[in-house]
Design a binder for this molecule. Sequence first.
Ligand SMILES: O=C(O)c1ccccc1NCC(=O)[C@H](O)[C@H](O)COP(=O)(O)O
Length: 215
Amino acid sequence: MSDDVSVKICGLTTLEQIQAAATAGARYVGFVFFPKSPRHLDVPKAAELAGQVPLGIAKVALTVNATDAELDRILASVPLDMLQLHGKESPARVSEVKERYGLPVMKAIGVADQADLAQIDVYSQVADQLLIDAKPPKEAVLPGGNGLSFDWRLLAGRKYWQCPWMLAGGLTPDNVAEAVLMTGAQQVDVSSGVESAPGIKDAEKIRAFLSAVSG
Ligand SMILES: O=C(O)c1ccccc1NCC(=O)[C@H](O)[C@H](O)COP(=O)(O)O
Protein backbone atom coordinates (compact mmCIF):
# COMPACT_ATOMS: atom_id res chain seq x y z
CA MET A 1 0.00 0.00 0.00
CA SER A 2 1.08 3.60 -0.60
CA ASP A 3 2.79 5.42 2.22
CA ASP A 4 0.91 8.51 1.05
CA VAL A 5 -2.02 7.54 3.23
CA SER A 6 -2.12 9.90 6.21
CA VAL A 7 -3.07 8.61 9.64
CA LYS A 8 -4.88 10.31 12.50
CA ILE A 9 -4.70 8.69 15.91
CA CYS A 10 -7.63 9.93 17.94
CA GLY A 11 -8.15 10.07 21.67
CA LEU A 12 -4.57 10.32 22.94
CA THR A 13 -4.28 11.01 26.65
CA THR A 14 -0.60 10.74 27.61
CA LEU A 15 2.76 12.02 26.40
CA GLU A 16 3.97 8.44 25.85
CA GLN A 17 1.06 7.81 23.48
CA ILE A 18 1.82 10.99 21.58
CA GLN A 19 5.44 9.97 21.22
CA ALA A 20 4.40 6.53 19.97
CA ALA A 21 2.08 8.10 17.38
CA ALA A 22 4.74 10.59 16.27
CA THR A 23 7.49 7.99 16.02
CA ALA A 24 5.26 5.67 14.03
CA GLY A 25 4.51 8.46 11.53
CA ALA A 26 1.02 9.75 12.37
CA ARG A 27 0.19 13.04 10.67
CA TYR A 28 -2.65 14.02 13.01
CA VAL A 29 -3.34 13.50 16.71
CA GLY A 30 -6.81 13.96 18.16
CA PHE A 31 -7.78 15.21 21.61
CA VAL A 32 -11.29 14.38 22.80
CA PHE A 33 -13.32 16.97 24.72
CA PHE A 34 -16.40 14.96 25.67
CA PRO A 35 -16.77 14.13 29.37
CA LYS A 36 -18.59 10.83 28.80
CA SER A 37 -15.65 9.49 26.80
CA PRO A 38 -12.89 7.38 28.39
CA ARG A 39 -10.56 9.53 26.23
CA HIS A 40 -11.81 12.87 27.56
CA LEU A 41 -9.21 15.49 28.44
CA ASP A 42 -9.78 18.57 30.56
CA VAL A 43 -8.45 21.80 29.13
CA PRO A 44 -5.27 22.08 31.26
CA LYS A 45 -4.25 18.50 30.43
CA ALA A 46 -4.95 19.02 26.73
CA ALA A 47 -2.88 22.22 26.78
CA GLU A 48 0.02 20.38 28.40
CA LEU A 49 -0.11 17.53 25.87
CA ALA A 50 -0.67 19.71 22.80
CA GLY A 51 2.38 21.75 23.74
CA GLN A 52 4.49 18.60 23.38
CA VAL A 53 3.28 17.42 19.99
CA PRO A 54 6.19 17.55 17.53
CA LEU A 55 6.04 20.15 14.75
CA GLY A 56 4.48 18.89 11.55
CA ILE A 57 1.81 16.82 13.29
CA ALA A 58 -1.62 18.43 13.25
CA LYS A 59 -3.34 18.74 16.61
CA VAL A 60 -7.08 18.20 16.29
CA ALA A 61 -9.67 19.01 18.97
CA LEU A 62 -12.74 16.81 18.86
CA THR A 63 -15.91 18.34 20.27
CA VAL A 64 -19.59 17.37 20.21
CA ASN A 65 -22.19 20.11 19.70
CA ALA A 66 -19.89 22.54 21.54
CA THR A 67 -21.07 26.06 22.27
CA ASP A 68 -18.96 29.12 21.47
CA ALA A 69 -18.19 29.42 25.19
CA GLU A 70 -16.83 25.86 25.28
CA LEU A 71 -14.77 26.36 22.13
CA ASP A 72 -13.52 29.72 23.43
CA ARG A 73 -12.29 28.05 26.60
CA ILE A 74 -10.47 25.28 24.73
CA LEU A 75 -8.90 27.59 22.18
CA ALA A 76 -7.79 30.11 24.77
CA SER A 77 -5.40 27.53 26.24
CA VAL A 78 -4.78 24.69 23.80
CA PRO A 79 -2.63 25.25 20.71
CA LEU A 80 -4.61 23.55 17.93
CA ASP A 81 -4.48 23.17 14.17
CA MET A 82 -7.96 21.85 13.43
CA LEU A 83 -11.40 21.44 14.97
CA GLN A 84 -13.33 18.20 14.52
CA LEU A 85 -17.07 18.60 14.99
CA HIS A 86 -18.50 15.22 15.91
CA GLY A 87 -22.07 16.02 16.88
CA LYS A 88 -25.17 17.21 15.07
CA GLU A 89 -23.65 20.52 13.97
CA SER A 90 -25.50 21.95 10.96
CA PRO A 91 -23.73 23.16 7.82
CA ALA A 92 -24.37 26.74 9.02
CA ARG A 93 -22.71 25.95 12.36
CA VAL A 94 -19.69 24.51 10.55
CA SER A 95 -19.33 27.79 8.60
CA GLU A 96 -19.80 29.83 11.78
CA VAL A 97 -17.08 27.90 13.65
CA LYS A 98 -14.68 28.25 10.73
CA GLU A 99 -15.22 31.98 10.60
CA ARG A 100 -15.10 32.57 14.36
CA TYR A 101 -11.88 30.66 15.03
CA GLY A 102 -10.05 30.84 11.69
CA LEU A 103 -9.09 27.17 11.94
CA PRO A 104 -9.86 24.39 9.46
CA VAL A 105 -12.93 22.40 10.45
CA MET A 106 -13.39 18.67 9.92
CA LYS A 107 -17.02 17.53 10.13
CA ALA A 108 -17.77 13.95 11.08
CA ILE A 109 -20.48 12.20 9.07
CA GLY A 110 -21.99 8.96 10.35
CA VAL A 111 -22.67 6.38 7.66
CA ALA A 112 -24.80 3.26 7.98
CA ASP A 113 -26.38 3.00 4.55
CA GLN A 114 -26.63 4.60 1.12
CA ALA A 115 -29.04 7.30 2.33
CA ASP A 116 -26.35 8.75 4.60
CA LEU A 117 -24.09 9.58 1.68
CA ALA A 118 -26.18 12.64 0.78
CA GLN A 119 -24.82 14.36 3.90
CA ILE A 120 -21.32 13.99 2.55
CA ASP A 121 -22.19 16.10 -0.48
CA VAL A 122 -23.85 18.75 1.68
CA TYR A 123 -21.05 19.11 4.23
CA SER A 124 -18.29 18.90 1.63
CA GLN A 125 -19.41 22.36 0.47
CA VAL A 126 -18.71 23.99 3.85
CA ALA A 127 -16.14 21.90 5.76
CA ASP A 128 -12.40 21.83 5.12
CA GLN A 129 -12.31 18.08 5.65
CA LEU A 130 -14.78 15.30 6.36
CA LEU A 131 -14.42 12.32 8.65
CA ILE A 132 -16.56 9.53 7.25
CA ASP A 133 -17.29 7.32 10.23
CA ALA A 134 -19.65 4.54 11.24
CA LYS A 135 -23.00 5.86 12.45
CA PRO A 136 -23.27 5.10 16.19
CA PRO A 137 -26.00 2.69 17.33
CA LYS A 138 -29.07 4.47 18.78
CA GLU A 139 -28.23 3.36 22.33
CA ALA A 140 -24.55 4.36 22.12
CA VAL A 141 -23.19 6.72 24.77
CA LEU A 142 -20.51 8.01 22.40
CA PRO A 143 -21.21 9.47 18.97
CA GLY A 144 -17.85 8.07 17.81
CA GLY A 145 -14.96 5.98 19.00
CA ASN A 146 -17.12 2.86 19.25
CA GLY A 147 -14.88 0.52 17.26
CA LEU A 148 -17.65 -0.17 14.76
CA SER A 149 -17.17 -0.16 11.02
CA PHE A 150 -19.69 0.39 8.20
CA ASP A 151 -19.95 -1.27 4.83
CA TRP A 152 -16.94 0.17 3.01
CA ARG A 153 -18.47 -0.85 -0.33
CA LEU A 154 -20.73 2.19 0.04
CA LEU A 155 -17.69 4.37 -0.70
CA ALA A 156 -16.22 2.25 -3.48
CA GLY A 157 -15.83 4.35 -6.62
CA ARG A 158 -16.48 7.58 -4.65
CA LYS A 159 -12.90 8.52 -4.04
CA TYR A 160 -13.36 12.27 -4.59
CA TRP A 161 -15.60 14.75 -2.89
CA GLN A 162 -15.30 18.50 -2.86
CA CYS A 163 -12.92 18.42 0.11
CA PRO A 164 -10.40 15.93 1.54
CA TRP A 165 -11.81 13.17 3.73
CA MET A 166 -10.72 10.53 6.22
CA LEU A 167 -12.10 7.05 6.63
CA ALA A 168 -12.91 6.07 10.23
CA GLY A 169 -14.84 3.48 12.20
CA GLY A 170 -13.64 0.13 13.45
CA LEU A 171 -10.27 0.30 11.69
CA THR A 172 -7.55 -1.94 13.10
CA PRO A 173 -4.04 -3.01 12.10
CA ASP A 174 -5.66 -6.11 10.58
CA ASN A 175 -8.31 -4.47 8.40
CA VAL A 176 -6.99 -1.02 7.50
CA ALA A 177 -5.19 -2.16 4.34
CA GLU A 178 -8.35 -3.72 2.96
CA ALA A 179 -10.41 -0.67 3.94
CA VAL A 180 -8.05 1.65 2.07
CA LEU A 181 -8.04 -0.58 -0.99
CA MET A 182 -11.81 -0.81 -1.06
CA THR A 183 -12.56 2.87 -0.50
CA GLY A 184 -9.55 4.64 -2.02
CA ALA A 185 -9.16 6.61 1.22
CA GLN A 186 -6.02 8.72 1.36
CA GLN A 187 -6.47 9.45 5.06
CA VAL A 188 -7.58 7.17 7.88
CA ASP A 189 -8.51 7.72 11.52
CA VAL A 190 -8.38 5.20 14.35
CA SER A 191 -9.14 5.12 18.04
CA SER A 192 -10.39 1.82 19.57
CA GLY A 193 -8.40 -0.30 17.12
CA VAL A 194 -5.11 0.80 18.68
CA GLU A 195 -6.21 0.43 22.30
CA SER A 196 -5.62 -2.33 24.85
CA ALA A 197 -8.71 -1.20 26.84
CA PRO A 198 -11.20 1.66 26.36
CA GLY A 199 -9.21 4.89 26.42
CA ILE A 200 -5.81 3.20 26.78
CA LYS A 201 -3.73 3.52 23.61
CA ASP A 202 -1.21 0.75 22.98
CA ALA A 203 2.14 1.77 21.46
CA GLU A 204 2.63 -1.58 19.74
CA LYS A 205 -0.83 -1.42 18.12
CA ILE A 206 -0.13 2.14 16.98
CA ARG A 207 3.08 0.95 15.31
CA ALA A 208 1.29 -2.02 13.74
CA PHE A 209 -1.45 0.25 12.40
CA LEU A 210 0.97 2.68 10.76
CA SER A 211 2.98 -0.18 9.39
CA ALA A 212 -0.14 -1.79 7.89
CA VAL A 213 -1.02 1.52 6.25
CA SER A 214 2.41 2.09 4.75
CA GLY A 215 2.62 -1.51 3.57
O1 LIG B 1 -13.34 8.64 20.70
C1 LIG B 1 -14.21 9.09 21.45
O2 LIG B 1 -14.27 8.78 22.64
C2 LIG B 1 -15.26 10.01 20.90
C3 LIG B 1 -16.17 10.58 21.77
C4 LIG B 1 -17.15 11.41 21.30
C5 LIG B 1 -17.24 11.69 19.95
C6 LIG B 1 -16.33 11.13 19.06
C7 LIG B 1 -15.33 10.29 19.52
N1 LIG B 1 -14.42 9.73 18.64
C8 LIG B 1 -14.42 10.11 17.26
C9 LIG B 1 -13.28 9.70 16.43
O3 LIG B 1 -12.75 10.50 15.65
C10 LIG B 1 -12.87 8.26 16.39
O4 LIG B 1 -11.52 8.20 16.14
C11 LIG B 1 -13.66 7.62 15.26
O5 LIG B 1 -15.01 7.62 15.59
C12 LIG B 1 -13.20 6.17 15.03
O6 LIG B 1 -13.29 5.48 16.25
P1 LIG B 1 -12.99 3.92 16.32
O7 LIG B 1 -14.07 3.23 15.59
O8 LIG B 1 -12.98 3.63 17.76
O9 LIG B 1 -11.65 3.72 15.68
